[in-house]
Structure formats: structure tokens, C-alpha cells
Write a protein that binds this ligand. Sequence first.
Ligand code: PLP
Length: 356
Amino acid sequence: MERVYNFAPGPSMLPLPVLEEVQRDLLCYGNTGMSVMEMSHRSKMYLDIFETTVADFRDVMGIPEGYKVLFLQGGATAMFAAVAMNLMRGGKADYVDSGNFAHNALVEAKKYGEVVVAGSSRDDNYTYIPEYTLSPDASYVHITTNNTIYGTRWSKIPETGNVPLVADMSSNILSEVYDVSKFGLIYAGAQKNVAPAGVVIVIVREDLLGNAMPITPKVMNFKEMADKDSKLNTPNCFGIYVAGRVFKWIKAQGGVAALEKVNIEKARLLYDFIDNSKLFKGTAMEKDRSRMNVTFITGDPDMDAKFCKEAGAKGLVNVKGHRIVGGMRASIYNAMPIEGVKALIDFMKAFELANA
Ligand SMILES: *Cc1c(COP(=O)(O)O)cnc(C)c1O
């Protein structure tokens, strides 16, 4: 059976060379005589894997001194609560409501303190990144750099002065260069651009550690997890190992800056086609379009369904939009080769001709 082009929003494609490497090492990692899945997380061999993974991540992400990197569990959704419990300090926080996950984050945070909705595009079906007004006395400002379901992206990161900026980067981490020093905390579920599901990465500025609410569970307490180098309890050893292979792959591609160029080109090809199409129409506002999740419709739900079905039969799978918005969404993360995007465009052309 041939591999397909998988446009799923997450879990999503992993680079083929990484899968091949993992397969090769699956029964016997190096000369250890065992699989990474069977290693103690405290063993020397696993600590080597873990430390190299953290070092490579710091390198590809360009993380300066003064920040800790954590590999936790519970996904980005657990971090919605963890961020509030660790950083809110009984005060209030600004949240920009730019999409479904941004909304979920602020709803969760309300359990732990006062949430100010600093801006929202909820009433316009999240088709753009909203304008916002920041509170000078907030404990932090929370944004979602890429809105996975609606296909929008912050093209300009807000200036928050002395107020720490917190970003959910689940769906665009390592797809473009970010200046980490602009952020107090970044978190990202790994299953979109980094690894299989089950790992969530946190990058946190050290001065923000140590103010968690007393009720904070140990495994969600960033200070306790940082002190134990993410191994307070058993981490997702295998997922972290795969993430490490992906970081090596990113380096081999020339790093994030090189991937960003390819990602811009992939998105440009697809949006150009959509903008010139008589059948397909983009749903996100042009100025805020995502490079990772390209959302589009025909305007006729039956035609959309036909498109998704026929695309799937051609090995272009999972282009169906999220259940709450419908239409189509092509998720084109780092691991989606430009050939996959071109194949999708070729199919869209043929479909348009056949259904004009
Ligand atoms: C997928 C996604 C989430 C949810 O991640 P889980 O790991 O399933 O909790 C949160 N935020 C964004 C931006 C996402 O894309």
C-alpha cells in the first residue's frame, strides 16, 4: 500500500525519513538491545536521548538563556489550565479570542482568576485576527498564534511591554521563525508539527516560575517540573524520542528559516489557486491567512462533501473541514511536501473542470 498525502489537522503527517528511522530503531535502539519504548526514563541511555532532544529543540527554536524547556502531558488543553494556575497570581489576564482553541483557553482560565477578553472575532465566525486592547495590570496576555480550525494566523505579534506574552503555538511551532525573547511562555501540543500525540512542549521564562496557585497539581506545576527536568514522573518517553528525530530532520532541512520559506511557498501556491478559482473560495480574511491550515469552501455543502470524497479516493486524505465549520481545510504542516500541495491543486483543477 502506498502512503497518502495526509492533510489532517492533527495528529498529522510526520516526515517520512523520521518514520523510517524510527522503524529501523524500533526493536533495538543503537546497541542497547531494546526499544526506546522499553527503556527506563531514568536510564543513562534514555537520558542521552532526552538531553539531546532538549538541546536540539533549543537550537532549532532559537531559545535564549533564561528559559526552561519542559516536555509535559495532557496536551495543549491541560496547559489552558496550567498557564492560569502558574501565572495568574490571583489577578487577571488578557485573552484574545481568535478561534475555538483560544476560546477554550479563556473558558478554562476563568476557573482560576479574572479573564479579560481583550479582543474577539467570535461574532464574525473567527474569520480574522481581532483588534485588541490590553490591560496594563494583567498578569499576562494570551494569544493563539495560529488558529487551526479557522485558518488564521497572527502576522504581527503584539507588543506587551512588561506584561508577559503567552502563546499557544500548537499548530505553527517550528513552521516559522519566532523571536522567543518576545514571549514569557510558549506552549504547543506536539501532534501537529513535532511528534505523535501525547507530548506538550512548554518554553517558560525562568522569572515566571514559582508563583503557582497552591492547588496546582504537581505535574502541571512548571517550577516543580522544571526542577525535575520534566521527569518528576514518567514522561512520554517514546513521543519525546520521536520529537528528537524531528528536530534532527529540521536541522537537515536547513532549520526553521528554510522550512518557513517552503511553507510560505506551499501556502502561496494553494491560496493563489483558490483566489483564481471559480469554484473554490477561501474563508479566512486575506491579511490573516494561516500558512498551516488553508480553509476553503465551494459554497455548496453537497459539493464540498463530493470534493472530499473524491480527493480521498485519489490519496489526498482528510481535507474535510472541522465539524464546527464544515467546508474544507488542507493542513500543510512542515512534514507535508510541496509535491503534496501541488497534487492537491492539480486535483482541485480537475474537479473544478468536471463540476463547472
Ligand atoms: C490542536 C490544538 C489544541 C488542542 O491540543 P490538545 O493537544 O488536543 O489538547 C490547542 N490549541 C491549538 C492552537 C491547537 O491547534
